[in-house]
Design a protein around this ligand. Structure first.
Ligand code: IVH
Length: 749
């Protein structure tokens, strides 16, 4: 039917109609493939239609359509929903568990602001749903977006419009207003939905949050409309005019505009009232009719919120006080050892499945070998020193989304003859020695990239959501390609040569089980899409130990480009050894001093080690630049210099970067800033703002803040008591100003 002969018999008019039909079918199939979990055509059917289309086009080239499906292999958008860049990022919250964490939070807020007086906070339930950002322009809802990775979300406007709690129009709102809040499902609606799903033979949802997420993220908005979703407003993003000067006032304003706001939102004068309100909400939790997983506290004064600002992923002015974890008892059936991307051997408990807070748990973490043995990193007993053995009756603990943990063991249930667990000293994956370094709680495989587990985990990390996030290349596919001899992916660079290698191969990916022309084309297109990558994602994706998303962002902000980062890290390599030598000397001195009952004096000693190391000025400066970056310390600096210092690892990184266009970190909005691009050192006491605030302010204005004065320093802000740094600046002729001049320069915030 789709052979050339059949096509030859078509008249020109028939061919035109047929091409139109095929364009429609293939277009719809593409949309279904991207949108729904289950595509409506098999790969084989899709490929047959494609071939027929190509055959007709070959026979009637002049009839080829402008939207010809043959031009669209992999070119179709490779996402389920269109992407939306959030004008103001959607952040997460840091967590408090104990009452003490709440008092500490208040202390840290006041310390940051340098304020002794009490601060007022709002306290409100933390809704367990998914957050949504609603953009209103001139009172009309124009866009709704999910949180996504916080920077980019999914456009779910059509779906959001179907929610009764989301007004289509607002009266008296600022011209631009982004309202943020939580989409959730009530317990009652959740139970009814699952009953309906079961009746219709559809899948049931594990909990109300999954049901809410699954219902909102439907390509067909009429499905969303049929699901009982609700919305509480609790925050905002971009705005043309402030809603109020307090958090409470802003919530009231949102309510007046027609949004549902949580009735349990209260204003508290300080930690004592916050904790009291938390207890009260906790008591009402079971009768609320919807899931909440804690209480969120926010500084009430929006002026103070602005001064406090943000860390890399969380605001300094808010915290989530989580409810205690859920517990259950079950049997430990086995201990498996997983090898992570940094070689860490992690013990995983295989459990007789048990329900903990509504979720079935069959795996839990056992942390590390000391934890199993019943001691902490310093050798002190935990669980009264009780060790954990296979066959034991153990307590499992689950808090929110985090991985469940084995918390306790019931010795009265222990089988006689149960043997203590022996932690392996060789890697279970590659048999290399697994060693524990001084001061490290974790035993690590020494196999590096020869260890398949490490290599695979590194690759999985590389393609993960906060890293390269390649559509169609997840953990499962990484395992598949890693073990594939025809078309292997063994290091990140291999991902970017996949298409070229496939083209050179006789056996093609599209002819494999699980792949067709379309899915292979889409995979190559998704990879191509990520050849251009923001610097911070690249840094994070490398999977260098201790370099998480936060450090990646800090490094990326500081260096701006991959070349700057690489140059400095390479230059700093010789200094890493000196840093370690100084640490060792200091530790030896500490030990000797403790022995002799005197106080250790290590700073001079460290200075001497540095002085005698014979380092080049460039190496020393590069090291100081690295450790001076706000948020980056010696631990990260050592990890970076180690990674770049290892021949094989560096070569692997270089091979990768050769395939990429790395987009530099966008400079913060620094229009009119007198300090953008300058390197500033703060020294001495600041009296009107804390050091942390001054640093954050300088960075927000586009400056770099460094801990030490060097040739790169442009400006020194010296408060009373400034010592050697101010002196060095004077000697070097670097401009030095006092705090008042700094405030005049930086503005009040
Ligand atoms: S405030 C800048 N308030 O919790 C912080 N978040 O862990 C903006 N959430 O992504 C968030 N209830 O999805 C805030 N009353 C509440 C909340 C709440 C639930 C969610 C939200 C956020 C996550 C952070």
């Amino acid at each position: 039917m789709d052979g050339p002969e059949a096509v030859q018999k078509l008249s020109e008019a028939e061919a035109r109609i047929e091409l139109e039909r095929l364009a429609g079918l293939l277009g719809a199939a593409n949309a279904a493939y991207h949108g729904a979990d289950a595509p409506d055509l098999s790969d084989a059917e899709y490929d047959a239609l494609k071939r027929r289309n190509a055959a007709i086009e070959a026979a009637f080239p002049h009839l080829k359509r402008a939207d010809s499906p043959s031009e669209q292999v992999g070119a179709a958008p490779s996402e389920t929903f269109a992407k939306v860049a959030h004008q103001v990022p959607m952040l997460s919250l840091s967590n408090a568990f104990a009452d003490e964490d709440v008092t500490d939070f208040d202390i840290s807020v006041r310390r940051y602001l340098g304020q002794d007086e009490a601060i007022a906070y709002t306290a409100e339930p933390k809704i367990d749903g998914l957050s949504l950002s609603l953009r209103y322009e001139n009172g009309a809802l124009v866009q709704a977006a999910t949180r996504g990775d916080g920077t980019t979300g999914e456009n779910v406007t059509a779906n959001a419009r179907t929610l009764g709690d989301i007004p289509a129009r607002l009266e008296g709102a600022p011209d631009l207003l982004e309202v943020r809040g939580e989409v959730y499902m009530s317990h009652e609606d959740f139970a009814a939905l699952n009953a309906r799903q079961a009746e219709a033979g559809g899948k049931s949802f594990a909990n109300p949050r999954n049901a809410a997420a699954g219902s909102l993220r439907q390509l067909d908005a009429s499905i969303t409309a049929s699901r009982p979703l609700r919305f509480f407003a609790y925050a905002w993003g971009a705005l043309s005019d402030p809603l109020s000067d307090t958090q409470m006032g802003a919530i009231e304003r949102l309510k007046a505009l027609g949004f549902r706001t949580n009735p349990l939102t209260a204003l508290c004068a300080g930690p004592e009232e916050m904790i009291a309100h938390y207890r009260s909400i906790e008591e009402q939790r079971a009768t609320l009719g919807y899931d909440i997983d804690g209480v969120v506290y926010k500084v009430n004064d929006l002026g103070l919120q602005a001064r406090l600002g943000f860390r890399s992923t969380t605001p300094r002015w808010a915290i989530a006080h989580k409810f205690p974890a859920e517990l259950a008892w079950t049997r430990l059936e086995a201990v498996d050892i997983q090898v992570g991307r940094t070689g860490a051997l992690s013990p995983v408990a295989r459990l007789t499945p048990v329900t903990v807070g509504g979720v079935v748990v069959s795996n839990a973490t056992l942390h590390n070998e000391d934890y199993i043995a019943g001691r902490d990193a310093n050798g002190n007993p935990i669980r009264d020193g009780k060790d954990i053995r296979v066959g034991d009756w153990v307590q499992v603990y689950r808090a929110g989304d985090v991985i469940p943990k084995v918390a306790d063991v019931d010795l009265s249930m222990r089988e006689p003859g149960a043997a203590p667990y022996v932690f392996p000293t060789a890697c279970p994956e590659c048999s290399s020695d697994a060693i524990r370094e001084e001061g490290d709680a974790v035993r690590r495989c020494t196999g590096g990239l020869i260890c398949p587990a490490q290599a695979v985990e590194k690759l999985k990390h590389f393609v993960s959501r906060a890293a390269f996030d390649i559509d169609g290349l997840g953990a499962k596919q990484i395992e598949y390609f890693y073990n594939d001899d025809q078309l292997p992916i063994r290091e990140p660079a291999d991902i970017f040569t996949l298409k070229a290698r496939d083209e050179a191969n006789v056996a093609k990916l599209k002819n494999r089980e699980g792949y067709g022309e379309r899915s292979a084309g889409l995979l190559f297109a998704a990879i191509d899409e990520k050849r251009t990558i923001p610097l911070r994602r690249l840094i994070f994706a490398l999977g260098i130990r201790h370099v998480g998303e936060g450090s990646a962002k800090d490094l990326s902000r500081h260096f701006g480009t991959w070349e700057n980062l690489g140059r400095t890290v390479l230059a700093a390599i010789p200094a890493a050894a000196t840093h370690r030598a100084a640490d060792e000397a200091a530790a030896a001195e500490q030990a000797a001093a403790a022995e002799e009952g005197r106080r250790a004096r290590t700073s001079e000693l460290r200075g001497r080690v540095w002085a005698e190391a014979g380092l080049s000025e460039a190496a020393r400066e590069a090291w100081e630049e690295l450790v001076g970056i706000d948020g980056i310390g010696a631990t990260v600096a050592l990890s970076l210099t180690d990674a770049f210092g290892q021949e094989r690892e560096r070569a692997s990184i270089e091979r990768l970067v050769g395939h990429l266009t790395v987009t530099p970190e966008a400079a913060p909005q620094t229009e009119g800033s007198a300090v953008a691009g300058k390197t500033i050192v703060f020294t001495g006491t600041l009296e009107k703002m804390t050091r942390a605030e001054a640093k954050a302010r300088a960075e927000a204005l586009g400056a770099k803040v460094s801990g030490s004065v060097s040739a790169k320093t442009d400006l020194v802000v010296a408060g009373p008591g400034a010592g050697s740094k101010a002196k060095k600046a004077a000697e070097m002729g670097i401009e030095t100003i006092d705090e008042d001049a700094w405030i005049a320069l930086a503005g009040q915030g």
